[in-house]
Design a binder for this molecule. Structure first.
Ligand SMILES: [Ca+2]
Length: 553
């Protein structure tokens, strides 16, 4: 196309849009083939060509041809030229579809969003677009930040729960077929956190949507994860006078003691636990003894808090409500729990308004009036369960997904301080029970729990992997993933600010594979649960070949 330095906008730009009418050959005559195909998506029936997809009333709002090199500087400078389609599925599900104009690989990938969504996390699927995939994101039914969208808004809650994911997949597939003149040969989903929840919802409820699914650290309990995990830990760490019990200066004391006891269990003292769940650390052993330097030990109350973090939420009878955090993740507590922030800033609960807006939205303590201290661990779990099931992907029966030949890769880092890894382990165990046993289940569903990996990516142990190739090989070549190589990336992430109207955090450049040599300092294999990784006893620990499968847990 001419003037490729600027993206061509076929809607809303005076002098272009008015000329683009169906059946106007003159309007298309001066366009390149790809440009014309992109433009036609909008001009046909004024953007309503896709209004009649069953259950999926779709309107296209705008189309643009984006030249190669992207629009976010260094964060997406390797993108190919693509046709950018933004639309809405009634009443308010927004979607952003991007289709490469040249060298389409014939496949489609949907990307998940994160937290409350309300934006398009297109950077998360840029690695697929670079490979030639047509890719789509949805805002899950609303625009903006935070959880207010769901307050007294059942339609908004249902869209966020499951409707937006399913209908966006349906609409995007039809537009892909119209643009290329043929349907995608493979349909995939990839997402983490809320995106992981979308992934599991698809496998359980809409098994025909995707041939292969990558689910990272899913939110299994949409309304409960915050009060049962993050808010529980906050309260456990708050003294009656409001002060913080376990403080930042004791994190290293704890972490070093954990390493001293458990680091060598994997065959190598390297500061990393390859199987943190095997570490039976007891923080009571760190309680100060007479004459001991108080900077190097814990008070009994501090030791009790650390044990509560590990044990997970309990009600007043001591019954377990939720999972805790495996040992080894102590360093991450600083990032996730405000009471040990460097400034000493106390957490106020405003960031976890989901409990008030979506979970306990009735009554005087609901909505904007909700405070962390209001949550009653005896009374309120049932209140959350009133509507929790519309969100929660907890059905272990994957028989329909299995029967249609679907493949599911689930991953969850052990140092995840947002969603406990044992939630995924519990789900996987239940799935093996109802899908024909462990061996049969592993034919279509595998769980990886990368050690010392944070929420979705990153972490001390290395949290970056080429999940897409793993899935492609399984679905397209029948090669089941017997291991995944986790990379500890050392190069700073490239990210640029998003436009204000696009909401969300910076536009980040997700890792492209194969990784550049020198961009990581360590790579280790992680095997499907329940096999952990062990040092072979020889070779450079930074190289994958020096590690072997341990006996199953
Ligand atoms: Ca170790």
């Amino acid at each position: 196309m001419s003037g490729a330095s600027q993206s061509q906008v076929f809607s809303g730009i005076p002098g272009i849009a008015p000329d683009m009418t169906p059946g106007d050959p003159a309007a298309f005559a001066n366009m390149g083939k790809e440009e014309a195909a992109c433009a036609r998506l909008f001009t046909r029936q004024s953007g309503e060509a896709f209004a009649h997809i069953p259950d999926t009333p779709t309107l296209i709002n705008s189309v643009r041809l984006i030249p190669a090199g992207g629009t976010h500087g260094a964060a997406d400078d390797d993108l190919p030229e693509f046709c950018r389609v933004e639309g809405v599925i009634a009443p308010t599900i927004g979607f952003l579809l991007r289709m490469p104009t040249k060298n389409w690989n014939g496949k489609f990938m949907m990307g998940g969003c994160g937290g409350p969504c309300g934006n398009y996390l297109e950077d998360r699927v840029d690695p697929a677009l670079v490979r030639g995939y047509a890719v789509v994101n949805t805002d899950m039914g609303h625009k903006g930040t935070g959880w207010l969208f769901g307050f007294n808004n059942l339609q908004g809650q249902i869209d966020f729960a499951y409707r937006a994911t399913h209908l966006t997949a349906k609409a995007a597939k039809e537009i892909v077929a119209a643009f290329y003149g043929t349907r995608a040969s493979r349909n995939y989903f990839m997402g983490c956190s809320t995106g992981g929840r979308q992934a599991m919802i698809s496998a359980q409820r809409f098994p025909n949507d995707f041939d292969g699914i990558i689910a990272g650290a899913p939110v299994y309990d949409e309304l409960g994860d915050s009060p049962y995990f993050i808010e529980y830990n906050l309260r456990a760490n708050t003294a009656p006078d409001g002060s913080t019990i376990l403080t930042k200066d004791k994190i290293d004391v704890l972490h070093n003691a954990v390493l001293k006891q458990c680091d060598g269990l994997d065959g190598l003292n390297d500061g990393l636990l390859m199987d943190p769940l095997q570490c039976n650390f007891n923080p009571a052993t760190l309680v100060c003894k007479p004459g001991q330097d108080p900077a190097q030990c814990l008070s009994p109350a501090q030791a009790d808090v650390a044990q509560k973090f590990r044990d997970g939420a309990r009600n007043s009878k001591g019954e377990t409500i939720y999972w805790g955090i495996p040992w080894g993740a102590e360093k991450g507590w600083v990032n996730y729990f405000g009471w040990v922030s460097p400034t000493g800033q106390q957490y106020t609960g405003s960031g976890y308004a989901i409990t008030g807006y979506l979970g306990l939205s009735s009554g005087a303590t609901g909505g904007p009036n909700y405070k962390v201290a209001d949550f009653d661990y005896d009374r309120d779990p049932d209140r959350l369960n009133l509507v929790g099931d519309i969100y929660n992907p907890l059905n272990p029966d994957l028989s329909r997904f299995k029967a249609r030949g679907g493949k599911l890769i689930l991953f969850h880092g052990t140092d995840d301080n947002n969603i406990p890894v044992e939630a995924s382990i519990d789900y996987f165990r239940k799935a093996t029970l109802v899908n024909g046993g462990e061996a049969e289940t592993r034919r279509f569903f595998r769980l990886f729990t990368p050690p010392a990996m944070d929420h979705c990516r990153g972490g001390l142990g290395g949290g970056d992997a080429d999940w897409i190739t793993l899935l492609e090989n399984w679905v397209e070549k029948g090669e089941a993933p017997d291991q995944v190589i986790m990379h500890h990336v050392t190069t700073p992430a490239i990210s640029v600010p998003r436009a204000t109207e696009d909401y969300g955090g910076p536009y980040a450049k997700m890792a492209r594979y194969p990784l550049q040599p020198g961009s990581y300092d360590r790579a280790r294999p992680v095997y499907p649960w329940p096999v952990s990784t062990r040092y072979s006893g020889k070779g450079d620990p930074a190289l994958p070949g020096s590690w072997v499968p341990a006996k199953p847990r």
